[in-house]
Design a protein around this ligand. Structure first.
Ligand code: NAP
Length: 259
């Protein structure tokens, strides 16, 4: 029997100027999907549009996803201009490790706003639209960090664990309705985010490879996309440990404490 393959007409990708986001846009455009690409800063996205410009398949929009009221208006404009969007990849994210001695709740809130709360603005605007059109898929990029709280990175972990709960709850609620929601749980991906990470990173998946794994998983209709296998196995082992052993293991895989 042929494997089911989702085919998308038009995707909205956030964080489209970043390492993973731009790789996702390249793959989607190459396979003929039009891409509404959303980014906060102009330069990296305009560079990507220039690179892919000949295809005419990528349309840039700019928004800071933490400016919720303005974001809602931008999304309503996007829906009006692109009522045929049938895939959302909510990929914008930020990770700012902090030491507990110098903890700043504002930095924490910016991470929660970006990584978790902003997703609810997208859901509010797009879920009724996708349900009314009778098809669509919403993919949220969380992290394998959604499964364990780590030193310095626990705000990031909390935000991504929140995304995991969002996806699990909405998926169960959607049940047999024709809109799917997918949780994406990558390990380390090469690029600027791990350069500023508090982890000791031995190996990381190249962004184009990560994007390929994600797009393939989405097209197969997978509910959860978790990779790479070795990190998934490590996380499963760590989650099963008693708290003290888990703490010691996590401390052992952290790099330098952030400033
Ligand atoms: N890299 C990893 O190892 C890794 C592992 C697991 C999960 N992830 C997740 O994968 C996603 C993509 O990460 P990446 O590695 O591609 O990181 P990245 O290169 O730093 O890209 C992050 C993207 O998010 C955008 N963004 C950040 N804050 C924003 C805001 N307030 N409003 C709008 N856009 C905002 C950035 O835009 P600007 O250009 O304006 O900053 C950038 O385009 C994130 O959700 C991340 O948490 C990454």
């Amino acid at each position: 029997m042929m494997e089911k393959q989702n085919v998308y007409t038009k995707a909205l990708v956030t964080g489209a100027g970043g390492d993973l986001g731009s790789a996702l846009c390249r793959i989607l455009v190459a396979q003929g999907t039009e891409v509404v690409a959303l980014n906060r800063s102009r330069e990296p996205l305009l560079k990507l549009v220039e690179e892919l410009g000949d295809t005419g398949k990528i349309m840039p929009y700019f928004a800071d996803v933490t400016q919720f009221e303005a974001l809602e208006q931008t999304l309503r404009d996007i829906v009006a201009e692109h009522p045929d969007i049938d895939l959302l990849v909510l990929n914008a994210g930020v990770a700012t490790p902090q030491r507990i001695e110098q903890f700043d709740w504002r930095i924490a809130r910016a991470q929660i706003d970006t990584n978790l709360t902003a997703n609810y603005i997208f859901l509010s605007v797009f879920m009724p639209q996708l349900l009314a059109q009778g098809r669509g898929q919403i993919a949220l990029v969380a992290s394998l960090g959604a499964y364990v709280g780590s030193p310095y990175g626990h705000v990031y972990n909390a935000s991504k664990a929140g995304v995991r709960m969002l996806v699990d709850g909405v998926r169960a609620e959607l049940d047999q309705r024709p809109v799917a929601i997918t949780g994406i749980y990558p390990g380390f991906i090469e690029g600027r985010m791990i350069a500023g990470s508090a982890y000791h990173v031995d190996s990381a998946v190249p962004a184009d490879e990560a994007a390929r794994i994600i797009v393939d998983g989405l097209q197969r209709g997978e509910s959860e996309i978790r990779f790479p296998e070795e990190t998934v196995a490590l996380v499963e082992r760590v989650v099963a440990m008693p708290a003290e052993e888990r703490d010691a293991t996590l401390r052992g895989i952290m790099g330098e404490a952030p400033n």
